[in-house]
Write a protein that binds this ligand. Structure first.
Ligand SMILES: Nc1ncnc2c1ncn2[C@@H]1O[C@H](COP(=O)(O)OP(=O)(O)OP(=O)(O)O)[C@@H](O)[C@H]1O
Ligand SMILES: [Mg+2]
Length: 242
């Protein structure tokens, strides 16, 4: 018998958003499945962060719709969206450097009534590096550990889908590999991952499905392994097809 299709945990249909002027992203549609890594790659300034802000309620969606686990979430503010199952790790300022690692995780659980300690224990198994640093100030962590902490924080509320904005930015290649291993482990627990990155090849190697965002529009999508060998991806980057 065929395996049941994974649940669609996030769907965007024709999403348009910006900062008050002309739209920065226009008519973007995408699907994220439970337990899979969906990558959105594109050059600097393509609108990747803007797209994640629109999906996570940080930025107003002017046209189109967003659904989390089948429920419409368009323009629901971020603090309410966590209850619908969406976790968001922004590109910058995603941890509190003056708090300890444990306090950061507790902050991530702000709407959780009970089980905070047990959830921290679970996440420590998933992120052994954090387990040994629980009492350290988050500002003292390495870049790689900070990225892990930011993800662990978002996982405190057991989201169905997690949006990651350039988690590997600024990390040395070896640390990037460790980070991708962690992201794959998180997906294996059933969480749908939607990750945006500038590093196209490395990201697509780890993803299930890829979207190529250029000048605020989705120009191409497909199975990540196929995109890796698709010459039109390179052409989109250098602008010959735009
Ligand atoms: N707060 C803002 N106000 C106005 N314009 C903005 C703001 N943030 C970003 N932009 C503009 O939106 C466009 C897309 O920016 P965005 O940060 O979404 O790109 P990106 O794909 O995430 O780039 P990068 O890979 O460098 O992070 C850029 O032209 C940028 O100048
Ligand atoms: Mg960005």
């Amino acid at each position: 018998m065929a395996e049941p299709a994974p649940e669609v945990v996030l769907r965007a249909d024709g999403v348009t958003a910006g900062y008050g002027g002309p739209p920065i992203i226009e008519d973007v549609s995408l699907t994220v499945l439970a337990g899979k890594i969906t990558a959105i790659v594109g050059p600097n300034g393509a609108g990747k962060s803007t797209l994640l802000k629109a999906l996570s309620g940080v930025l107003k969606v002017s046209r189109g719709e967003v659904h989390v686990r089948g429920g419409k979430t368009t323009n629901i503010p971020p603090e309410k969206l966590v209850r619908h199952g969406l976790g968001y790790v922004p590109q910058v300022s995603n941890i509190f450097p003056d708090l300890t690692v444990r306090e950061n995780l507790e902050m991530g659980a702000f709407t959780r009534r009970r089980g905070t300690g047990a959830r921290i224990d679970e996440l420590c198994e998933l992120f052994p590096d954090l387990a040994i640093s629980l009492r350290r100030r988050a500002g003292m962590l390495s870049g790689g550990q900070r990225s892990m902490l930011a993800m662990a924080r978002a996982l405190m509320l057991e989201p169905a889908v997690m949006l990651l904005d350039e988690p590997s930015a600024g990390l040395a290649p070896l640390l990037q590999s460790a980070l991708w291993e962690q992201i794959e482990k998180i997906a294996a627990t059933g969480v749908g991952i939607c990750v945006v990155e500038q590093n196209t090849r490395r990201t697509l190697r780890h993803a299930h499905w890829g979207y190529i965002l250029v000048l605020g529009r989705n120009r191409l999508d497909g199975p990540a392994q196929e995109l890796l060998h698709d010459d039109s991806v390179v052409e989109l980057y250098v602008g010959r097809m735009s």
